[in-house]
Design a protein around this ligand. Structure first.
Ligand SMILES: [Zn+2]
Length: 200
Protein backbone atom coordinates (compact mmCIF):
# COMPACT_ATOMS: atom_id res chain seq x y z
CA UNK A 1 0.00 0.00 0.00
CA UNK A 2 1.29 3.47 -0.72
CA UNK A 3 0.05 5.06 2.50
CA UNK A 4 -2.96 6.87 1.07
CA UNK A 5 -6.42 5.71 2.05
CA UNK A 6 -8.48 3.81 -0.52
CA UNK A 7 -12.23 3.93 -0.61
CA UNK A 8 -13.11 0.68 -2.31
CA UNK A 9 -15.32 -0.88 0.39
CA UNK A 10 -18.63 0.50 -0.83
CA UNK A 11 -19.44 1.41 2.77
CA UNK A 12 -17.89 3.90 5.15
CA UNK A 13 -17.63 1.22 7.86
CA UNK A 14 -15.73 -1.16 5.58
CA UNK A 15 -13.47 1.62 4.29
CA UNK A 16 -12.60 2.40 7.91
CA UNK A 17 -11.85 -1.27 8.50
CA UNK A 18 -9.59 -1.21 5.44
CA UNK A 19 -7.18 1.33 6.97
CA UNK A 20 -4.95 -1.66 7.81
CA UNK A 21 -4.05 -5.00 6.27
CA UNK A 22 -5.26 -7.95 8.30
CA UNK A 23 -4.06 -11.36 9.35
CA UNK A 24 -6.71 -13.83 10.45
CA UNK A 25 -7.55 -11.89 13.59
CA UNK A 26 -5.47 -8.72 13.92
CA UNK A 27 -4.08 -5.90 11.81
CA UNK A 28 -0.66 -6.96 10.58
CA UNK A 29 0.55 -4.13 8.35
CA UNK A 30 -0.15 -0.88 6.53
CA UNK A 31 -1.85 0.80 9.48
CA UNK A 32 -2.86 4.24 8.23
CA UNK A 33 -4.05 5.42 11.66
CA UNK A 34 -0.93 6.08 13.71
CA UNK A 35 -2.26 9.17 15.43
CA UNK A 36 -5.53 10.90 16.25
CA UNK A 37 -4.70 13.42 13.51
CA UNK A 38 -4.53 10.54 11.01
CA UNK A 39 -8.08 9.52 12.02
CA UNK A 40 -9.37 13.08 11.52
CA UNK A 41 -7.63 13.30 8.13
CA UNK A 42 -9.12 9.98 7.09
CA UNK A 43 -12.62 11.05 8.19
CA UNK A 44 -12.28 14.29 6.23
CA UNK A 45 -11.13 12.49 3.11
CA UNK A 46 -13.98 10.02 3.50
CA UNK A 47 -16.35 12.99 3.82
CA UNK A 48 -17.59 11.56 7.10
CA UNK A 49 -17.12 14.91 8.87
CA UNK A 50 -17.06 18.52 7.74
CA UNK A 51 -13.85 20.62 7.74
CA UNK A 52 -15.01 22.95 10.54
CA UNK A 53 -15.88 19.96 12.72
CA UNK A 54 -12.44 18.48 12.04
CA UNK A 55 -10.88 21.76 13.12
CA UNK A 56 -12.87 21.78 16.38
CA UNK A 57 -11.87 18.17 17.12
CA UNK A 58 -8.19 18.92 16.55
CA UNK A 59 -8.44 21.92 18.86
CA UNK A 60 -9.92 19.71 21.61
CA UNK A 61 -7.21 17.11 20.96
CA UNK A 62 -4.48 19.74 21.23
CA UNK A 63 -5.70 20.69 24.69
CA UNK A 64 -5.84 17.13 26.04
CA UNK A 65 -2.96 14.82 24.98
CA UNK A 66 -3.93 12.12 27.51
CA UNK A 67 -7.55 12.10 26.40
CA UNK A 68 -6.44 12.04 22.77
CA UNK A 69 -4.28 8.94 23.31
CA UNK A 70 -7.21 7.22 25.04
CA UNK A 71 -9.55 8.20 22.20
CA UNK A 72 -7.16 6.73 19.60
CA UNK A 73 -7.05 3.46 21.54
CA UNK A 74 -10.86 3.28 21.55
CA UNK A 75 -11.05 4.18 17.85
CA UNK A 76 -8.66 1.33 16.99
CA UNK A 77 -10.79 -0.95 19.18
CA UNK A 78 -13.77 0.01 17.02
CA UNK A 79 -11.82 -1.01 13.90
CA UNK A 80 -11.11 -4.37 15.55
CA UNK A 81 -14.82 -4.74 16.41
CA UNK A 82 -15.75 -4.10 12.77
CA UNK A 83 -13.25 -6.80 11.76
CA UNK A 84 -14.75 -9.24 14.27
CA UNK A 85 -18.29 -8.49 13.04
CA UNK A 86 -17.91 -8.19 9.27
CA UNK A 87 -15.26 -10.82 8.51
CA UNK A 88 -17.62 -13.65 9.55
CA UNK A 89 -20.51 -11.85 7.79
CA UNK A 90 -18.41 -11.95 4.58
CA UNK A 91 -17.90 -15.68 5.05
CA UNK A 92 -21.62 -16.28 5.73
CA UNK A 93 -20.75 -17.25 9.31
CA UNK A 94 -22.43 -16.17 12.51
CA UNK A 95 -21.21 -13.03 14.25
CA UNK A 96 -19.69 -13.66 17.70
CA UNK A 97 -22.17 -12.26 20.28
CA UNK A 98 -19.38 -10.38 22.09
CA UNK A 99 -18.46 -8.53 18.88
CA UNK A 100 -22.07 -7.53 18.22
CA UNK A 101 -22.45 -6.44 21.83
CA UNK A 102 -19.34 -4.27 21.50
CA UNK A 103 -20.74 -2.66 18.33
CA UNK A 104 -24.09 -2.07 20.06
CA UNK A 105 -22.24 -0.42 22.92
CA UNK A 106 -20.74 2.09 20.47
CA UNK A 107 -24.10 2.55 18.79
CA UNK A 108 -25.81 3.41 22.06
CA UNK A 109 -23.42 6.37 22.48
CA UNK A 110 -24.21 7.97 19.11
CA UNK A 111 -26.69 10.86 19.53
CA UNK A 112 -28.66 10.28 16.33
CA UNK A 113 -31.71 12.31 15.42
CA UNK A 114 -33.99 12.42 12.38
CA UNK A 115 -34.22 15.56 10.32
CA UNK A 116 -36.45 16.34 7.30
CA UNK A 117 -34.64 16.23 3.96
CA UNK A 118 -36.96 17.21 1.13
CA UNK A 119 -39.94 14.90 1.45
CA UNK A 120 -37.90 12.28 3.25
CA UNK A 121 -35.75 12.11 6.35
CA UNK A 122 -32.07 11.87 7.00
CA UNK A 123 -29.94 11.03 9.98
CA UNK A 124 -28.46 13.96 11.77
CA UNK A 125 -26.27 14.16 14.82
CA UNK A 126 -25.54 16.96 17.16
CA UNK A 127 -21.98 18.25 17.20
CA UNK A 128 -19.85 17.09 20.11
CA UNK A 129 -16.38 18.44 19.31
CA UNK A 130 -15.44 17.90 22.96
CA UNK A 131 -16.04 14.16 22.42
CA UNK A 132 -12.95 13.02 20.53
CA UNK A 133 -14.34 9.63 19.51
CA UNK A 134 -17.22 11.37 17.72
CA UNK A 135 -14.93 11.46 14.67
CA UNK A 136 -15.92 7.81 14.06
CA UNK A 137 -19.60 8.04 14.97
CA UNK A 138 -20.52 8.15 11.25
CA UNK A 139 -18.56 4.90 10.91
CA UNK A 140 -20.62 3.32 13.69
CA UNK A 141 -23.97 4.07 12.11
CA UNK A 142 -22.68 3.11 8.68
CA UNK A 143 -21.91 -0.30 10.20
CA UNK A 144 -25.39 -0.47 11.72
CA UNK A 145 -27.08 0.50 8.43
CA UNK A 146 -25.02 -2.04 6.47
CA UNK A 147 -25.98 -4.82 8.88
CA UNK A 148 -29.65 -3.82 8.57
CA UNK A 149 -29.66 -3.53 4.77
CA UNK A 150 -29.88 -6.19 2.07
CA UNK A 151 -26.28 -5.28 1.16
CA UNK A 152 -25.21 -7.35 4.14
CA UNK A 153 -25.55 -10.44 1.91
CA UNK A 154 -22.99 -8.93 -0.45
CA UNK A 155 -20.21 -8.33 2.05
CA UNK A 156 -17.09 -10.16 0.96
CA UNK A 157 -13.38 -10.24 1.70
CA UNK A 158 -10.28 -10.02 -0.45
CA UNK A 159 -8.91 -13.47 -1.17
CA UNK A 160 -5.27 -12.48 -0.90
CA UNK A 161 -3.82 -13.81 2.34
CA UNK A 162 -2.54 -10.96 4.47
CA UNK A 163 -4.91 -8.35 2.98
CA UNK A 164 -8.22 -9.01 4.71
CA UNK A 165 -9.96 -5.99 3.22
CA UNK A 166 -13.73 -6.12 3.11
CA UNK A 167 -16.16 -4.75 0.51
CA UNK A 168 -19.75 -4.75 -0.62
CA UNK A 169 -19.65 -6.89 -3.75
CA UNK A 170 -21.73 -5.01 -6.31
CA UNK A 171 -20.50 -7.05 -9.26
CA UNK A 172 -23.33 -8.45 -11.37
CA UNK A 173 -22.37 -12.07 -10.74
CA UNK A 174 -21.45 -11.57 -7.08
CA UNK A 175 -18.02 -12.97 -7.75
CA UNK A 176 -15.66 -10.19 -6.72
CA UNK A 177 -12.49 -11.75 -5.33
CA UNK A 178 -10.16 -8.86 -4.68
CA UNK A 179 -10.24 -5.52 -2.95
CA UNK A 180 -8.46 -4.04 -5.96
CA UNK A 181 -7.65 -6.12 -9.00
CA UNK A 182 -4.61 -3.98 -9.79
CA UNK A 183 -3.13 -4.60 -6.33
CA UNK A 184 -4.17 -7.93 -4.80
CA UNK A 185 -5.46 -9.61 -7.97
CA UNK A 186 -2.14 -9.07 -9.67
CA UNK A 187 -0.20 -10.24 -6.62
CA UNK A 188 -2.12 -13.51 -6.54
CA UNK A 189 -1.58 -14.03 -10.25
CA UNK A 190 2.14 -13.38 -9.82
CA UNK A 191 2.30 -15.94 -6.99
CA UNK A 192 0.47 -18.55 -9.09
CA UNK A 193 2.78 -17.86 -11.98
CA UNK A 194 5.82 -18.24 -9.72
CA UNK A 195 4.48 -21.52 -8.32
CA UNK A 196 3.85 -22.91 -11.81
CA UNK A 197 7.26 -21.82 -12.99
CA UNK A 198 9.03 -23.39 -9.98
CA UNK A 199 7.13 -26.69 -10.40
CA UNK A 200 8.47 -27.20 -13.86
ZN1 LIG B 1 -6.77 -7.15 -1.08
Amino acid sequence: MDGTPKFIGGSLALDFHNTASWGAAKPIADNLLDSYGDVVSWALEAEAIAPDYARDLLRTAGEDPGGTAAALTRILELRQILHDVFTPVGEAQGVPPAALEALNHWLSAVPLTLTPEGERFAWDWSAHPDELVSVVWPVVWSAAELLRSSDVDRVGGCELEGCGWLFVDRSRRHNRKWCQMEVCGNRVKARRHYRRASNR
